[in-house]
Design a protein around this ligand. Structure first.
Ligand code: SAH
Length: 217
């Protein structure tokens, strides 16, 4: 084994160790995280920090989330192999790539065409074929593909958006950061049951805001 290979293996172990130490226990999630090279989703000055457990800037003033937060959100989402999943906030495409290994079908939507275009090209290169990347206002959901088994929102809303709640199937789960954009927010898990929606507060997080409308890139 060359020195470089040892370094790669060690880096991967450290990356997974950081996730486990933050409470990520689900082996399906850990395996999916191991399969996706975060380095492929970050270009430019910050590329060499891809394996550190921190959020990093991407284009359009947005951020790729911290890996441990991606892992905890994915774990809370409890994705099943037959699931159809909606992600609101494609960003770098990292979260969508992880979901592609856990779900049957993923729809990911972002309001910036300047973000969705390169992600589409990257997924083609990575041979990820079960994810559809769309440009649009994800706060309205994707009525033509509803209902969804799982919905994950990766931008902070003041309240869980009504259209998204309506597009969650009975028994479905939605994970969404809720709170003011310039303050610490709470990650909320919403479960839709026969009796209505159940809300569980998971952990404090900090996300960019969920904005209305499509961006003029
Ligand atoms: N999940 C991403 C990180 C998302 S950052 C990743 O893995 O890299 C939050 C993203 O939400 C940004 O790209 C922002 O453009 C997008 N966003 C904000 N409001 C939106 C809306 N109404 N509809 C769709 N995307 C939105």
């Amino acid at each position: 084994m060359s020195d470089e290979e040892i370094t790669d293996a060690e880096r991967k172990m450290q990356f997974l160790y950081a996730l486990r130490s933050k409470g990520v226990r689900d082996t399906n999630v850990l395996t999916a995280m191991e399969k996706v090279d975060r380095g492929a989703f970050i270009t430019g000055t910050f590329a060499d920090r891809a394996y550190e457990d921190m959020p990093l800037p991407i284009a359009c003033g947005q951020t790729i989330s911290q890996p441990s937060v991606v892992a905890l959100m994915t774990q809370a989402l409890d994705v099943q192999p037959r699931d159809k999943v909606l992600e609101v906030g494609t960003g770098s495409g990292y979260q969508a790539a992880i979901l592609s290994h856990l779900a049957r079908r993923v729809y990911s939507i972002d309001r910036h065409a300047r973000l969705t275009r390169p992600v589409r090209a990257l997924f083609e290169k990575l041979d990820i074929t079960n994810v559809t990347i769309m440009t649009g206002d994800g706060s309205r959901g994707l009525p033509e593909q509803a209902p969804f088994d799982r919905i994950i929102v990766t931008a902070a809303a003041e309240d869980p958006p009504g259209p998204l709640l309506a597009q969650l199937r009975m028994g479905g789960i939605m994970v969404v950061p809720v709170g003011q954009s310039d303050a610490v927010q709470s990650l909320i898990k919403v479960t839709r049951g026969e009796e209505g929606f159940e809300y569980e507060e998971l952990l404090p997080v900090r996300f960019v805001p969920l904005l209305e409308g499509v961006a003029q890139d």
